[in-house]
Design a protein around this ligand. Structure first.
Ligand code: G3H
Length: 541
C-alpha cells in the first residue's frame, strides 16, 4: 500500500482496539485532592478526547476518553490555604520532619505508584498519543528518578550531618524548604517532567499545589489515593481546571514561594508579573527551545541521519529538546537530504499500541492545522517538501515533512514548531548557524555532527556560551537525568537534574555559635539527646 493510502486508513474502528486498552475508558474523574481528602466535584467537567481518532463509515472523529473537574478559583484558594497551613511558616509537621522520615514517606509513595502503573501508562498513551512502549518508559524513568532523588538526598544529608568550625565559629549548614510550591508540568511528559519538580519540592520539605497539564490530567486519577494516604494533610494538593483562570489569582496572593513550571516563557512571565513581591518568588522553569543540528562535511552521514531522525521526530518532535532546525554544509546537503528523507519515509507510523510504532497522532487540538500553516508559508516563500507524501494529514495525524531550502523569512525558521515539521538549511560558512544561535531567543542545546576534532573544538568553545549542552554526533536530549538540564535566554531558569533539583527547591540555612565553653555545652547537649532535627549529627545509612 502507498504511504498516502495507508495514512487515509490510519485510524482504527472501535472494534479494532485491543480490549485491554479500553479498560477504565472513559474515565470520568471527579476527585481532586485538597487538605488530605479526596473531594468529589459535581460542577462542570472538561471533556477529554484522545489524539487517537476513531474511524467509522462516515470518516473519523476524536475519541472521547474521559472528563476531569473544572474547578474554580474558590477551590484553588482552598488548595493554597491547605498548603500554607501545612507549611505553617516552616513550623508544620512536614517541613520539620527529619530527612529520613520524609524519605520514608516517599518510599511508601513509590510502592503505591507502582501498584497503579498499568492504569497510569494506559491513560498516558490515550491522553497524549505517546506509544505504549514510550509511555511505559516514561513511567519507569519517573520511578528511577524518584529513587535516584532519594539517594542524592541521602548523600546531601550525610554531608550536612557534621559541624564546620571556621574562625572559632561552629556551624551546621543544611538545606531547608522554601515554603509553598506551585507545580505545573507539560503535556509531552505529563508524568515525568511534572514529577521532576514535584518530587524534589516535596522531599525537601515544601508543601505543594499541583495542577496537572491539560493533556495528561486523567493519569493523575489513579495516583490521587496514593498521594492522599501517604502524605500528611495539606502537603500535596492536586487541583484541575483552566490554568488561565485559576493560577494568576493564586500568584497574586503573594503566598506562592516557588513556581515550578515546565511550559512557555509567555505563561511564566505572565505569572511572575502577578506576584506582588517578585523578590520572594523563586522560579524553576523549563521553557521553549529551538535546538539546531549542525551537520559538517566529513560527518558520518548514516550516523547523522539516524540521530537527526531521533532528535527531530521522537514523540513526533513534541519534546522541548527536539532538534527543530537542521543546518547542513552545502557540499553534503543533497546527500544528507536524500538519506534523511528516505529514513523518514521508512518510519513505522500508526496507533500508539502498535508494535514498533514511531510516528503517532499529535497531541494538541488544532495542531495539524498549525503545522500545515508552517508548511504552506515555507512553500510560498520557496521551500519544497523533500520527502514524498510529507505533510499528508488526516485528522490529528500529520506525516513528518522535511522542508528545504528554508530561510529567515519563513515562520518555521523562527517558531518552535513542537511537531513533525523539519526545516533544513544549507550553509557555506559556519558563521551562518552560529549567527542563527546568537540571534535566537532560545539557548538550550545544539548537536554538532562531524569527524574533524579541530573543527569541532573550534565550535565547542563559542557554543557552550550560547547554549547549555553541546552534543557531539548525538541528538539533543535531557537524559541521563543526573546531568544538569537547563538553558539560556527564554529556554529555562534554574537547573534541574537529580541533585540540582534538590538545591533549587531549598535554601541553605545554618546554625552558628562562637566556640565558647557554654555554646559547646549547649550544642553537645542538643545533639547527644536528639533535641533538634536540624542541629543533629544522625547519619543516614
Ligand atoms: O520536553 C522536554 C523533555 O525534557 C525532553 O526530555 O530529551 O529526555 O526526551 P528528553
Amino acid at each position: 500500500m502507498m504511504l498516502n493510502e495507508k495514512i487515509q486508513k490510519i485510524f482504527p474502528r472501535f472494534a479494532d482496539i485491543p480490549e485491554i486498552l479500553l479498560k477504565d475508558i472513559p474515565c470520568i474523574q471527579t476527585g481532586y485532592l485538597l487538605n488530605g481528602e479526596i473531594h468529589s466535584w459535581d460542577g462542570p467537567r472538561q471533556e477529554v478526547f484522545s489524539p487517537v481518532w476513531l474511524a467509522d463509515d462516515t470518516g473519523q472523529a476524536p475519541f472521547f476518553i474521559g472528563e476531569y473537574p473544572l474547578l474554580t478559583e474558590t477551590e484553588a484558594f482552598q488548595a493554597l490555604d491547605a498548603a500554607v497551613d501545612a507549611y505553617d511558616h516552616g513550623r508544620g509537621m512536614w517541613p520539620t520532619l527529619s530527612v529520613a522520615e520524609r524519605i520514608d514517606h516517599m518510599e511508601r509513595f513509590i510502592f503505591r505508584m507502582i501498584e497503579v502503573k498499568d492504569r497510569v501508562v494506559r491513560f498516558l498513551m490515550w491522553e497524549v498519543g505517546k506509544s505504549l512502549q514510550d509511555s511505559e518508559k516514561e513511567f519507569d524513568r519517573t520511578i528511577k528518578y524518584i529513587n535516584d532523588t532519594l539517594e542524592a538526598l541521602k548523600d546531601l544529608d550525610r554531608i550536612s550531618s557534621s559541624f564546620t568550625i571556621e574562625e572559632d565559629i561552629i556551624g551546621q549548614i543544611r538545606r531547608a524548604p522554601m515554603g509553598v510550591v506551585l507545580c505545573m508540568g507539560p503535556f509531552n511528559y505529563p508524568l515525568n517532567e511534572t514529577f521532576t519538580t514535584l518530587i524534589p519540592a516535596l522531599v525537601m520539605g515544601n508543601t505543594v499545589i499541583l495542577k496537572p497539564p491539560k493533556h495528561g490530567a486523567l493519569l493523575y486519577a489513579p495516583l490521587l489515593a496514593a498521594f492522599c494516604d501517604v502524605f500528611p494533610k495539606g502537603v500535596i494538593n492536586i487541583i484541575y481546571g483552566e490554568g488561565k483562570k485559576m493560577i494568576p489569582p493564586l500568584m497574586a496572593t503573594g503566598k506562592i514561594n516557588v513556581l515550578g513550571l515546565i511550559g512557555t516563557s509567555k505563561t511564566a512571565n505572565a505569572l511572575k508579573k502577578q506576584h506582588p513581591n517578585p523578590n520572594r518568588l523563586r522560579c524553576v522553569l523549563g521553557l521553549e527551545a529551538k535546538n539546531p543540528a549542525i551537520v559538517l562535511k566529513g560527518a558520518d552521514l548514516d550516523l547523522a541521519v539516524r540521530e537527526c531522525v531521533l532528535g527531530c521526530l521522537s514523540f513526533n518532535g513534541q519534546r522541548c529538546t527536539a532538534l527543530k532546525i537542521l543546518f547542513v554544509e552545502a557540499s553534503i546537503a543533497d546527500a544528507f537530504l536524500e538519506r534523511f528523507a528516505k529514513a523518514i519515509n521508512a518510519l513505522p507510523f500508526g496507533m500508539p499500541w502498535q508494535e514498533g510504532v514511531f510516528v503517532t497522532p499529535v497531541a494538541e487540538k488544532g495542531k495539524t492545522d498549525y503545522l500545515q500553516e508552517l508548511v504552506s508559508d515555507a512553500i510560498i516563500k520557496g521551500a519544497k517538501v523533500v520527502n514524498a507524501d510529507g505533510a499528508t494529514t488526516l485528522g490529528s495525524f500529520f506525516f513528518p515533512a522535511v522542508l528545504y531550502p528554508v530561510h529567515h523569512q519563513m515562520r518555521v525558521y523562527h517558531e518552535e514548531q513542537f511537531g513533525p515539521v523539519i526545516p533544513v538549511l544549507s550553509f557555506d560558512s559556519i558563521s551562518e548557524p552560529v549567527e542563527y544561535m546568537i540571534n535566537s531567543s532560545y539557548g538550550q542545546q545544539v548537536s554538532i555532527f562531524g569527524s574533524d576534532p579541530d573543527q569541532i573544538a573550534r565550535l565547542i568553545d563559542p557554543l557552550v556560551n550560547q547554549v547549555c549542552r553541546v552534543n557531539i554526533n548525538s541528538q539533543c536530549q535531557r537524559g541521563p537525568d543526573t546531568f544538569p538540564f537547563t538553558g539560556r535566554k527564554d529556554s529555562a531558569e534554574g537547573t534541574l537534574s537529580v541533585s540540582d533539583a534538590l538545591r533549587v527547591f531549598s535554601i541553605r540555612t545554618l546554625v552558628a555559635a562562637k566556640k565558647t565553653g557554654l555554646n559547646k555545652q549547649i550544642i553537645t547537649d542538643i545533639v547527644r539527646d536528639h533535641k533538634s532535627k536540624f542541629l543533629a549529627t544522625d547519619f543516614i545509612l
